[in-house]
Ligand binder design. Sequence first.
Ligand code: ADP
Ligand code: ZN
Ligand code: ZN
Length: 759
Amino acid sequence: MRAQSRSGSLAMQDLFSEGVISRAAQVLVDGLSDMVLDYTIPENMSIERGWRVEVPLRNRKATGTVLRIVQHTGPTQHPMKPILRTIEDAPVVSPELMDLAEWAAAYYAVPLEQMMRCIVPEPVRREHHEEKTHQLVCLVKKPSDEELNRLGSRAPRQAGVLRYLMASESGREALADVGGTAALSACRALERRGMVRLCREPLHRDPTAKEQYAPTSPLQLNEEQEHALRVILHAQQTGDTRPILLQGVTGSGKTEVYLQAAARVMAEGKGVLILVPEISLTPQTVARFKGRFAQEPGVVAILHSALSDGERFDEWHSIHRGRARIAIGPRSALFAPVRNLGLIIVDEEHDSSYKQENSPRYHGRDLAVLRARMEGASIVLGSATPSLESLHNVRLGKYSLVRLEKRADGQRLPLTRVLDMRSEPKDKRSMGIMSERLRRAIEERLEKQQQVILLLNRRGFARALQCPDCGHVVTCEHCALPLTYHLTENRLVCHICGYRAVAPRVCPECGSKAILLEGCGTQKVEQILMRCFPTARIRRVDADVTARKNALRDILEDFRAHRTDILLGTQMISKGLDFPRVTLVGVLNADLGLCVPDPRAAERTFQLLTQVAGRAGRGEVDGEVIIQTYSPQAAAIQYARRHDTDGFAENELGLRAKFAFPPFSHLSVLTVRSTHEDMASFAAETLHKRLLAALPPEVEISDPMPAPISKAYGQYRFQCVLKSQRARTVSDIVSAEITRLGAGDDITITLDIDAYNFM
Ligand code: ADP
Ligand code: ZN
Ligand code: ZN
């Protein structure tokens, strides 16, 4: 898996020199797996690490990135071919981003080429990109009034074009605006007279061109915000790259702090990078940046997963050239080629979408921290519910902490009630998904013309066993995590340590026979709600709905304009939304997320509940939150009820330390997939045996077993979980063993370092 350096070409060429070669370039050729070849550098070519080049490869040409310049003192083993040309006349990848790519490739045990793909995205590396151009008409010579009058009588169209251009500030306008093809002959005639010039210019495809952003001015910061801003700017001025954790309750005005910090850093001529969980889920954050910097069009670039290739190409180049100095985007934007980077902001740093779930499985926040250090930039990690990883780093003194304890608009945090669904009277019409109390609370808001958000927690609709009568969940004796039910063998299995147990026929707690959990989808819940509240306007947000382009944006706009009364959704609606008329947030089933075999299950549930609760009471009226649960005693639920992030962290870090779970260790998942069950199982067994021999004793490895999702996309899945003190021990040794195993075509083996998904 490691990049190998081979030199030279396969065919004999007369292009090489047999004598002493002084400088050669190691080029990582674009392609799927790592191929690093040495090439000579033609004398008149000046290149360095990070340049994109075209090189000969066998009988064709290929593109690649210069990894480093090497000195050869003697004759090489193989003749080297020269680099054909450079693709752009400047390095495309900065040395810092090259370092970041190399570091990440080693840490996450992926080929360097995969990381380079993130840094130089496909539309940019594709050579025959089509850069859209448009035709411009430029005023060359200003006519006198007399000339203009004369022209007006003879050729009114030409005079019209001139007047239009004279009225424009820059004296250059798109032909389309001047009159399009109908005005073309007039422009040509003017060109012959030497009055105007027609030229083509690249057309910047701005993905937000159609949106209007009202300009905003900085708000007067409150004391807490002022302090936070001072800390950030101080770090920036002194070149302190130690991450600053900005822990501020929902609505405390973190975004305003980001905006003012960004403006100050930009005023000093530096670039800013802002990471958000997912653009389509955080449209308000993007709009606020666009609005604050509306006076400088093009200064904010949006990197979006839904961009067309052309848009991505343009935004990337706009950042690369230094025209755009603020880049906003989801995790992949962390690689944006922002110039002279001064500040990185990771908003909602706890969000699990920062972890990429396919190869390369990097963590955007963690790499952002590293990038800041490499570039000498400051970095702010913001959240109302910081990850335990970050809180742990504060305790270790690796991060500094700044807190915002008050809501910026002086509103109180909402009052939160936890309803124990085991004893709570249920509303008959709602088929048990709603308690009578929640139904009445919703009716009350509807009468008062207020709005309601209802959360259906669907994360990890796992096959954990939860008793619908008493809420009991069967857990592992060794890990205290829910066991996963395997239908085929009728066993409960712990996916972290491998403990197995026979599935109980009745609930061990209350004796109920109805212990197998039945799930209820969002669509069904929507139908039930429509029956319960026939006059209410209800909208549903889930992955099915948001698959349509702009669907989410439209739904949120309708909700903002109060064309909708109730917004029903999955965790998607918990993030960064600010609707002043929402006075009630209901959580239909708070505990489902607790029933997954995942050491972060409690943390995620706590974060989800706290975040969604933060959507209530952002206006004049106090907010209320109602949480329905079968496990009212669960720490995640109790601490969320009190908005007590510190208490939760304290408690949960204690548990994590006890079981040596992250952040006290690194958990990695090795997965073997195949369409043949026995092949997957055999490969997993073999690999496991070899790893037992190869890994040092401090690395714990579970027995291979079917993954909780044991078959997906027609492939059987087996997995081992590895626990280690250093991640690199696992990346190095396991990737070497995977290579040594040389599994066949029908077997795919993946290694997920610092895994967030154990399914
Ligand atoms: P957070 O990002 O911490 O959840 P926001 O930035 O969304 O909080 O701020 C919540 C609300 O408070 C927003 O409507 C914002 O405009 C407002 N706000 C922020 N800072 C101030 C301030 N200093 N004075 C008045 N209102 C503010
Ligand atoms: Zn029970
Ligand atoms: Zn266990």
